[in-house]
Design a protein around this ligand. Sequence first.
Ligand code: GLN
Ligand code: ZN
Length: 762
Amino acid sequence: MLTQNLGYPRIGSQRQLKKACEQYWAGKISLGELKETARQIKETNWLTQLDAGIDLIPCNDFSFYDHVLDTSLMLGVIPQRYTPVLSQVKANQEIDLYFAMARGYQKDGLDITAMEMTKWLDTNYHYIVPEFTAKQEFKLFNENVFGEYASAKKLLGQKAKPVLVGPVSYLLLGKEKEEGFERVDLIKKLVPVYIEIINRLKQLGAEWIQLDEPCLALDLTAKEKEAFEWAYRSITNRVSGVKLLVATYFEALLDNTQLAVNLPVAALHIDLVRAPEQLDEVLKLIPDNLQLSLGVVDGRNVWKNDYERSLSLINKAVEKLGANRIIIAPSCSLLHSPIDLDGETAIDPEIKNWMAFAKQKLTEVSELKQIIAGNKQLLDANKNAIESRRTSRKAHKQAVKDRAAALTNADVTRNNAFSARQQLQRVRFNLPAFPTTTIGSFPQTDDIRQLRAHLKKGDLTLEQYEKQIEQATIDAIRWQEEIGLDVLVHGEFERNDMVEYFGEQLDGFLFTKNGWVQSYGSRCVKPPVIYGDVSRPKDMTVRWTQFAAAQTNLPMKGMLTGPVTILQWSFVRDDQPRDVTTNQIALAIRDEVLALEAAGIGIIQIDEAAIREGLPLRTAKRPYYLDWAVKAFHITANGVKDETQIHTHMCYSEFNNIIEHIAAMDADVITIETSRSQMELLQAFAQFEYPNEIGPGVYDIHSPRVPTTQEMASLLAKAAELLPVQHLWVNPDCGLKTRKWPETKAALINMVAAAKHAREQL
Ligand code: GLN
Ligand code: ZN
């Protein structure tokens, strides 16, 4: 029996890579210094894995920005617009081309846009989307992979296992940049380059090579399935003497099981954390010669492995296949876990004993192997930790569980239908046609961030801090009044982040010191950890919202983060279903909604920025998710009176297949991101005859560019062609916290003018 790891975090335990990259981009350190940082991180990672007793240790899993972009560079998939960069970058500075593809290039008279970035399957990691053309050629362009393997081999010997993005997933995760071809058809041209790479790795001494094919766990067309068969048959026909391991993760193989187990490779990796139920089917269909890698340790969460549960899966597989055909592994690359729990000195020791980060997970993989070999002590220690977590009063609050269990239909339905509510709300707020508002946050300037830092350090008293936040809020309100916005916001100056702010005030959450996970490039996030039943000990936003409301006669919108978004952007409990946790959060936010209403706040926005990204990868699993996600929104929102207006806001608004569920949320007003698509995303709402009010974003907040009144007026005119004018609101695409004041002011002044213009057309 072997143990393996599929990938290790590459940002460094102190985010060294982030810092080094940013300094390199700013011209503050040399390429040599950047590479030295990388070398140290890789070496530390390899030694950590070696120490943990892992038999097959990944290399080439390191990346300066993104491993899919590395693959594009390796295969020579360089969009044409970078050709001028190619000739400008100095010899041996291919990395500058690489960073140009990742981040765009504005230098030496060139202005070239970056490649598109999107989420890596259902994770919060973003990869750079490969761009393909009809005449796409592939060739071995960047040869880093061989150097990576050579240095790993020096340190690890035969344990070094190069990792590549598999050829079919590489194509499927990319995008056609012109019409007239299907990217999956490029497989014929692509595979020869893979053969060349694999053969060279073999010549250098590689015994195992891992090919990541996460798309094997997605819905596949017949043609895509054929591509898998063809690709791996062609590869095995042309290489020998090296073992190929195909890795799948994040979902069950389901209808692709037959296909996956029959690929002519040495081993298949399956994710038994996300989909333990697939083991039976895989064992039933597996041919005699295939080795099976069991992903039993969760690569995407922070919890200690339940050894008994893992052992029961491993033993089942051993019984059928024999121990020598089994490999034990984390469920997926540990890229998605924080690095080291040891440094977390502030976490309650009782709770810390339930947790494991990347480094600890490797030990778990290795301990599972030792337990199979007869080490009973390791199992007992683990049992104690699992038992402590299962019964701890810190995690389990009977009253919270009871309340969620007692939810009835009456709790989740509003008193009256939208049309009746709309009447009452019209009378109450008396807003003009095309009412104007913003999504919540105003620029988080350095000054504002500094205030929080000073408060944390103790340089400011709470009173001093609040005085200054109050002043920022007052200024923002005065200014919103001056430019003529209709529904105001308080600006969210008191909030660090839309999830963290609530997590810090809710029971059942904890925060790490250094639990960073790469989000994209040098960007890292530090998600809160939900460790126990969630409840709301006291009001969270009433103080600031009420303060703001008292400064103006105009309506002040209360601002909350919705339960699905809080769940999506946190590490969640794995000891109960996600929907149970969500319902607890929903009840806590519901109480906040009701507290705001009682404090006289008439308009309350519940942001569900992440509802779309929680969508399961497999279509078959979507209805169930959408059902509970929408219900959670109902729990949160539907306790209010008819005349209280509920808003929701969502980013990334590709709602085509889920529009009926968005409508079922029944928010009185929804604001969405539409400007970059020139209102195209509104089509789904138009076709569905979306019944409630809607604010399609009229300007892109991701760019400092100030849109003209004319531009926004014409977007509004477009929206008015698609939807009833009396349902339309006017607002930016999203919150303005990442913007600076000058552009924010200029853009909003123009936006108000555009709304006035639209009113005059009525
Ligand atoms: N209210 C939040 C803000 O304005 C919403 C942010 C978001 O949707 N990501 O910042
Ligand atoms: Zn948004």
